[in-house]
Design a protein around this ligand. Structure first.
Ligand SMILES: Nc1ncnc2c1ncn2[C@@H]1O[C@H](COP(=O)(O)OP(=O)(O)OP(=O)(O)O)[C@@H](O)[C@H]1O
Length: 204
């Protein structure tokens, strides 16, 4: 379970939010909403440990994430609004590199299977610089399929995706939740997982 208590965050000299508290249980999904610049990305990055909050506490299964360190990072998979992929590497190499950086290994077969699930068959070995924007986003999102992380933190996951890929993402999120996973996401596009009530957190 993720528990956030009395969280406050500033960027520069501007306070983005304060007194933010919520919890997220297995099988739950939450959308962070708000206008451009309201702090959605900053909140997601704070939950990932990339930004130190001004105040408040983030706990994972009852323990402060600062104490858990790597044990917490192994539980989360972050997909930022940038793809964080290397242009000169192939889709397959990018996936293997992501796994390596996260501290686990993925076999070629597992990576190929993930890329194919994302609709990238026959694109596995091409340098990603030649892929379309939507295909590059699919490569980034394929990281979700090779990860054992319980908590998915997704910043604008649907950017550049076509209707089919949006449907696929909704399906993948539904599968993740049904296995006891959790998802926190932002999007300016509709994202509705069948049979699941999406909780809302609005930043103003
Ligand atoms: N490193 C930084 N230094 C100063 N200000 C920053 C920094 N990073 C972000 N900001 C500011 O913090 C505010 C919140 O940014 P953030 O990216 O979290 O917003 P957002 O809600 O995700 O916006 P959008 O919907 O446009 O993606 C913005 O005004 C932004 O300019």
């Amino acid at each position: 379970m993720l528990e956030v208590g009395n969280l406050a965050c500033s960027r520069g000299d501007h306070r983005l939010f304060s007194g933010l508290s919520f919890s997220l249980h297995a099988g739950q999904i939450m959308q962070v909403q708000g206008a451009n610049g309201s702090g959605k990305t900053s909140l997601l990055r704070t939950l990932c440990g990339f930004i130190t909050p001004d105040e408040g506490e983030i706990c994972w299964n009852g323990k402060p994430v600062g104490e858990l360190g790597e044990d917490y990072y192994a539980e989360l998979q972050y997909i930022g609004h940038l793809n964080a992929i290397k242009d000169e590497l192939s889709a397959l190499e990018n996936l293997q590199m992501s796994a390596g950086l996260a501290g686990y290994t993925v076999t070629e077969q597992q990576a190929v299977t993930a890329l194919r699930r994302m609709g990238l068959q026959r694109r596995e070995h091409l340098p990603v610089r030649v892929l379309s924007q939507g295909q590059r986003r699919r490569v980034a999102l394929a990281r979700l399929l090779i990860s054992d992380a319980h908590l998915w933190i997704l910043d604008e996951p649907l950017t550049a995706l076509d209707v089919g890929a949006v449907g696929l993402m909704q399906e993948l999120i539904g599968e993740h939740l049904s296995k006891g996973g959790m998802v926190i996401f932002t999007t300016h596009q509709p994202l509705q997982v069948a049979g699941v009530q999406t909780r809302e957190l609005v930043l103003s």
